[in-house]
Design a protein around this ligand. Structure first.
Ligand code: IMP
Length: 196
């Protein structure tokens, strides 16, 4: 029988990406929605690790199953690593991303070259019914662009320019972004940690 692993997200896009990377014959990966779980966990942590662990542990305790959870965001060095763990909440959850992105570009108007360094960070936490917790972290490094570019992806993708590839993550095809993204790296690292 396949062993069930719950991934603590309601985001189907993320779930698709996660299934592609964590595909394994012995495990069935299910989202909170698939598992019929409606537990809201407040992200009160100050780090991506704290938030990912908070979510994984809470759902693990509620279900008695092994749970994976992630927390991710954009860190911009020039503005003290903002928006960081507040990436989704920056300027308000419902503010459109073109407004959030323009705000970050404006706050960096005096920053030149390497001063514009930034990265996406993703931390995945695994919580086991015996109380054990494992985390894995992935990043993708870039610089904040001078204008939004690209229509792929979501969120802050149009402003993270990755010099190595000469484009923003918003200009990358999804398959390419998955190969090099913070989430892809963290998921593959977690796969190793779990011996899958
Ligand atoms: P959460 O991990 O679902 O809480 O999402 C954190 C927030 O970080 C998202 O809502 C986006 O604003 C931002 N973010 C995380 N990963 C990405 C990405 O791959 N591209 C663009 N924005 C991202």
């Amino acid at each position: 029988m396949k062993k069930k692993i719950i991934f603590a997200t309601t985001n189907e896009g993320k779930m698709k990406e996660i299934r592609m990377i964590l595909d394994h014959p012995d495990f069935e990966l299910v989202s909170l929605k698939d598992a019929g779980i409606h537990v809201h966990v407040e992200e009160t942590g100050k780090t991506f690790e704290e938030n990912a662990i908070l979510k994984a542990k809470a759902i693990c305790e509620a279900t008695g199953e092994m749970v994976l959870a992630d927390d991710s965001g954009l860190e911009v060095d020039y503005i003290n690593k903002e928006p960081g763990v507040y990436s989704a909440r920056y300027m308000g959850e419902d503010t459109p991303y073109d407004v959030k992105n323009q705000s970050i570009i404006d706050r960096l108007k005096d920053a030149k070259g390497e001063e514009r360094s930034a990265r996406f960070v993703c931390v995945i936490a695994a919580a086991f019914p015996d109380g054990r917790v494992v985390t894995a972290r992935g990043t993708i490094e870039g610089v904040i662009g001078y204008e939004e570019k690209g229509t792929h992806g979501f969120g802050y993708d149009p402003i993270l320019y990755v010099p190595e590839y000469g484009m923003t993550t918003g200009e990358m095809e999804p398959e390419m972004k998955n190969q090099i993204s913070h989430r892809g790296k963290a998921l593959r690292q977690m796969r190793k940690e779990l011996g899958l």
